[in-house]
Design a protein around this ligand. Structure first.
Ligand code: ATP
Ligand code: MG
Length: 229
């Protein structure tokens, strides 16, 4: 098991108003599994992903990621855990415009302070995995949306994280790119990673092992088959 939430939730205080972005949630993320997270806008999906991804601390409940008790970790320890354990893929790709595809993929490894030769080897492997070796020197603006998303996936997997978290990874993709990206995420799960994907798109159910729905901050399991119909 790669992540466990025991009654985990998140509150935000803005002025005199308290928003419960995520109610007390019990959830597990397992290796070799693609978990779908669905639900309306503002329901708490990104909050849930941010908690699992060690980006924010829970306001209540106990959170364990890769065997570490997140509640008890200091901010710098949590940042290290995040770098080692989690890869993120966002809807808007978040590639750095002045950097080439290969340089973008290298960013997480540079943050880890790895030697140049190691970085080059691992970047080559990651680009190979998403079939983008021949576009390594291109800038993001010279790539299609689907190609940019594959670079973003390469960047997420270059550090060999156990958990890959995706926030609407197919939102701005056409049908063909959509298929390529989802097949790649499916393969990562098959290879032993835990993949969680936030989506509004019911077509993604075909690629998932399990699904939860977030509504008003409450998380509930839903049947994959129910989503497909
Ligand atoms: N940093 C923050 N400060 C205050 N409120 C926040 C913060 N982050 C999120 N919220 C609130 O928490 C609730 C859940 O937000 P969240 O981003 O998790 O929703 P979401 O399901 O990802 O929505 P969308 O589908 O639109 O991306 C929203 O009401 C949002 O306004
Ligand atoms: Mg969101």
């Amino acid at each position: 098991m790669l992540a466990r939430l025991e009654g985990v939730g998140k509150k935000y205080q803005t002025g005199d108003q308290t928003i419960v972005a995520l109610q007390a949630t019990d959830l597990e993320l397992r290796a070799q599994e693609l978990l779908l997270i669905i639900g309306p806008s503002g329901s708490g999906k990104t909050t849930l992903l941010s908690l699992i991804g060690c980006v924010i601390y829970p306001s209540f409940g106990e959170l364990y990621v890769d065997g570490h008790h997140v509640n008890r970790m200091r901010a710098n320890e949590l940042a290290q855990l995040r770098l080692r354990t989690v890869g993120f893929v966002f809807q808007q790709f978040n590639l750095l415009a002045p950097l080439t595809a290969a340089e973008n993929v290298a960013v997480p490894l540079k943050l880890q302070g790895l030697p140049g030769a190691t970085i080059r080897k691992r970047v080559d492997e990651a680009l190979e995995m998403v079939g983008m070796t021949d576009r390594r020197k291109n800038l993001p603006k010279q790539l299609s949306g689907g190609q940019q998303q594959r670079i973003a996936i390469a960047r997420a997997l270059v550090s060999d994280p156990k958990i890959i978290l995706c926030d609407e990874p197919t939102g701005s993709l056409d049908k063909d790119s959509f298929g390529v990206v989802m097949t790649e995420l499916r393969q990562l799960a098959k290879d032993g990673k835990s993949v969680a994907v936030v989506t509004h798109d019911p077509r993604l159910a075909a690629y998932a092992d399990r699904a939860v729905e977030v509504k008003n901050g409450y998380v509930n399991h839903v049947e994959i088959e129910a989503l497909k119909s």
